[in-house]
Design a protein around this ligand. Structure first.
Ligand SMILES: *[C@@H]1O[C@H](CO)[C@@H](O)[C@H](O)[C@H]1NC(C)=O
Ligand SMILES: *[C@@H]1O[C@H](CO)[C@@H](O)[C@H](O)[C@H]1NC(C)=O
Ligand SMILES: *[C@@H]1O[C@H](CO)[C@@H](O)[C@H](O)[C@H]1NC(C)=O
Ligand SMILES: *[C@@H]1O[C@H](CO)[C@@H](O)[C@H](O)[C@H]1NC(C)=O
Ligand SMILES: *[C@@H]1O[C@H](CO)[C@@H](O)[C@H](O)[C@H]1NC(C)=O
Ligand SMILES: *[C@@H]1O[C@H](CO)[C@@H](O)[C@H](O)[C@H]1NC(C)=O
Ligand SMILES: *[C@@H]1O[C@H](CO)[C@@H](O)[C@H](O)[C@H]1NC(C)=O
Ligand SMILES: *[C@@H]1O[C@H](CO)[C@@H](O)[C@H](O)[C@H]1NC(C)=O
Length: 440
């Protein structure tokens, strides 16, 4: 499905269309229409009862990452396959291997569930491209860490001459939300040998493509946006209860007032600083300066969670102003291709070992990362009125940030001279006066 949005369509209509275009199977992110996670089985060796395959999980999402605790992959074998051995990952259950007398398989489950090894895995259990605890970076952010690979030796097929791909592939990344297509035959994967002078190809390649749907994931929001400007002292805060305000939540001790003692419970539940928005992450957009040819924004991302760091975070901002050249001073950035959108989409992330880790809050302060962005002005479209200078959409790690309603945006003061051309009424008055002079 392809949706082209016209700038004159009201936001509400666009939202209705977006929601309407999103049913169980084909709800995709219009800002990353080709995004997917592709799982590839490359068979590169036959054995007397099966094959050896390299399995690669490649994240092709531009800004959606697979975060802690990492991916989980599962499938169902089409026949009586067993996994003799595995490198770079492991099956969570061995299953019933009681009819294997001489050699014990790694897993005899009909529907094995696979997890990645940690970076500390022993050298003898590793394989190339493995062992990142199941974490996958977003493709546009750190391409070299956007995939993981492991190796499986599959047997138990006896003297069968045909092999069949596994069925019903599943991916948790880490939670629900992904739907995987059938594992089917694809062009054999080709790689280079002898310094690129020779091409070698695997015997057989099977692929499955998994796509994410926020509807299926059914997650509570994790992020909200707040806005401010140099021309109005009002700060538009995140909408109340952006990330939910259930009664149950308020009664538990999962929210701690600022300045109170550091939480010391050891379980894995999130502990947030108490706020009106209840979100673990807030993105603040401040319109800071208006120069002759440029304008400047300060972008700040704050972490309200006392027990969670966000590694390799990213922020996506949709704003028409990004069709001019722009420069972020403290974040790495790129522009994403936009299909059917008039507003440009910029992606920001931290610099390695400088600010690519959004640290947890502590009792003194929130965790935060910040940058200033200098944008060139397009004389025809730039304006400070009608909230034009504020983003249309913000995503944090691929999750939509709840935006304040446009009628609450910081407004341009009426009497301000020099920020915008003289009002129409004034021109009309001048014209009438000149007309009167002519008639007199
Ligand atoms: C998955 O993503 C890659 C990269 O964007 C693209 O080339 C490929 O066609 C996609 N696969 C499917 C089935 O959409
Ligand atoms: C394990 O598998 C064997 C042979 O496939 C079967 O006879 C046995 O009952 C199974 N054991 C259990 C506990 O399921
Ligand atoms: C390495 O593999 C061996 C055999 O598959 C297994 O017994 C051992 O537990 C593995 N070690 C680690 C650290 O995963
Ligand atoms: C910016 O990101 C690109 C892509 O991940 C990376 O190659 C480059 O090294 C990054 N720059 C810095 C200064 O971290
Ligand atoms: C695969 O999933 C479908 C639908 O859930 C189910 O009907 C089918 O039995 C499954 N196949 C196997 C081999 O488990
Ligand atoms: C939360 O606390 C209020 C009063 O403090 C109480 O009336 C309400 O029943 C509690 N809700 C839950 C879900 O425990
Ligand atoms: C977050 O990072 C800080 C500093 O590196 C570290 O002390 C802390 O233990 C980390 N928190 C978690 C939950 O991993
Ligand atoms: C940027 O967008 C404005 C209006 O949306 C348009 O008038 C202008 O030509 C665009 N500039 C570039 C460089 O694409």
């Amino acid at each position: 499905m392809c949706l082209a949005f016209h700038r004159s369509w009201p936001l509400a209509l666009m939202l209705v269309l977006l929601v309407a275009s999103c049913n169980l199977s084909d709800c995709y992110d219009p800002m990353d229409p080709n995004g997917n996670i592709t799982i590839t089985f490359d068979i590169h060796k036959w054995t007397n009862d099966g094959y050896v395959a390299r399995v690669t999980v490649q994240n092709y999402y531009q800004y959606r990452l697979v975060d802690k605790p990492g991916w989980t992959i599962g499938w169902t074998w089409a026949n009586a396959e067993v996994i003799w051995s595995m490198y770079g990952a492991f099956a969570t259950q061995q299953g019933n291997c009681s009819n294997h007398m001489f050699q014990v398989p790694h897993s005899c489950k009909k529907d094995p569930v696979i997890l990645d090894l940690t970076p500390e895995a022993a050298p003898e259990n590793r394989t190339e491209g493995c062992c990142q605890s199941g974490l996958l970076s977003a493709w546009s952010v750190v391409p070299s860490k956007s995939f993981s690979s492991f190796e499986i030796q599959v047997g138990g097929l006896g003297k069968m001459t045909t092999v069949h791909p596994p069925v019903n592939l599943t991916l948790l990344g880490p939670g629900p939300g992904y739907t995987c297509g059938p594992v089917s035959d694809a062009e054999p994967t080709v790689s280079s040998d002898i310094g690129g002078k020779r091409k070698v190809q695997v015997f057989r390649t099977w692929k499955s493509t998994c796509t994410y749907s926020a509807f299926l994931a059914n997650k509570s929001p994790v992020c909200c946006a707040s806005l401010s400007s140099f021309y109005n002292p009002t700060v538009t805060s995140c909408p109340m209860c952006s990330c939910g305000c259930s009664e149950a939540k308020q009664n538990t001790s999962s929210c701690i007032s600022p300045g109170n003692a550091h939480p010391n419970s050891r379980d894995d539940t999130d502990v947030l600083q108490c706020t009106d928005h209840n979100c673990p992450v807030r993105v603040h957009w401040h319109v800071k300066n208006n120069y002759a040819d440029h304008w400047r924004v300060k972008l700040t991302v704050s972490n309200y969670n006392y027990k969670r760091n966000y590694s390799n975070w990213n922020i996506l901002v949709q704003h028409p102003g990004f069709n001019q050249s722009s420069k972020a001073f403290s974040f790495n950035s790129t522009m994403l291709p936009t299909v059917g959108f008039e507003d440009e989409v910029a992606l920001f992330w931290g610099y390695d070992s400088y600010n690519n880790e959004l640290l947890q809050a502590n009792h003194d302060q929130l965790g935060s990362v910040t940058t200033e962005i200098l944008l060139e002005k397009d004389a025809d479209s730039f304006t400070l009125s009608n909230g034009w200078a504020f983003p249309r959409k913000i995503y944090f790690n691929g999750e939509n940030c709840q935006m304040p309603l446009p009628d609450t945006f910081p407004m341009l003061p009426n009497h301000d001279v020099g920020l915008h051309p003289p009002p129409l009424g004034f021109l009309l008055l001048l014209t009438l006066l000149s007309l009167k002079q002519l008639l007199d």
